[in-house]
Design a protein around this ligand. Sequence first.
Ligand SMILES: Cc1ncc(COP(=O)(O)O)c(C=O)c1O
Length: 392
Amino acid sequence: MQTVNVQSRMARVQAPIIPVIGQMIRETPGTISLGQGVVHYGPPREAIDAASDALGDMVTHEYGDGAGSPALIELVERKLRAENGIDVSRGSRVMITAGANMAFMHAVLAITEPGDEIILPVPFYFNHDMAIEMAGCNTVRVATDARYQLDLDALRRAITPRTRAIVTVTPNNPSGAVFSEASLRAVNALCADHGIFHVADEVYEYFTYDGVRHFSPASLPGAEAHTISMYSLSKAYGFAGWRIGYVVYPTALASAMAKIQDTVIVCPTMISQVAAIAAMTVGRQYSSPHVAELAEIRHIVRSQLSALAPLASAPAADGAFYVLLKVETRRSPLAIAERLIREHRVAVTPGPAFGMDEGCSFRVAYGALQKATVAEGIGRLVSGLRAILDRP
Ligand SMILES: Cc1ncc(COP(=O)(O)O)c(C=O)c1O
């Protein structure tokens, strides 16, 4: 008998860090997780009721339209027009996906050939890097500035004949940075000039603070031909387990996107779409009080973390629910993260998962905290880091 060959394209793909941290958390009961990027609340009551009613409807149990249910697509198109300034009648289409991760994978497969390059500003969202490498393409990492804002000259210099897209994630995971409208306009124009795509991940569009506004590059005149924008209900509606997101893409990609969708999922899950219609009918107002509470939590997080200076620091960030903390040490971020869990019962995500290979950094996720737990969680992080860095 021959040993089966398990070599595959997956060998070059980074392993997901969340399950690694998750396992350590399970082995250390009582750990407060500042690890996974989740919110503490669930979906609107209306979504749960609608899903429950749909159980008795035969349509729920059948295949549906590949691109998504017409009622949900219509609702999404209305929302895009009203909130994002995106008019799909100008030459784009909407597809409902099982979350924004699937939307990104679809986009990469639709716009590349093996060996092509996609530019990710660093820090990046790890699943974007993984999707690009899985597709047989290469992630081209481009540094951001000290506040994790885009460096336009560096992005321009990174473009080669094999470049197919520049990706922007704003508000950003893992830094919390919100990219300025001017820089997003410049990236979109740069992409148009070079005949490449601008892939805009807008999953955290509702999560901005201190009056800072989110901007959708696909709203720009002429952007529809080269802009792919993706959104998710996971954070805004506490919907992560229902797996619903959507992507707006140029009509020229319709055939490619349909092939991928049909092969990967056939159609989005019917019952989740029913719940999504009910959630989006409640609308943005559902997340508003939660975002207001997160704004207060963010202040507490920032002021507690400032006690770590000069040992550790993070530039102020205006969005999402993350802080990217830079620690002044040459020690391994993964080893420190492990000790934080096992000795101090607090979990954070090490920076290398986000492409932060130089120095020592950690993403601190505060979306799952409530006012009652935030002081305890960040307190453990501050005292844990001090203790670990004092003692080799
Ligand atoms: C930047 C970013 N994009 C996409 C996703 C995935 O969202 P979804 O649950 O819709 O797949 C996440 C989830 O953390 C994210 O942070």
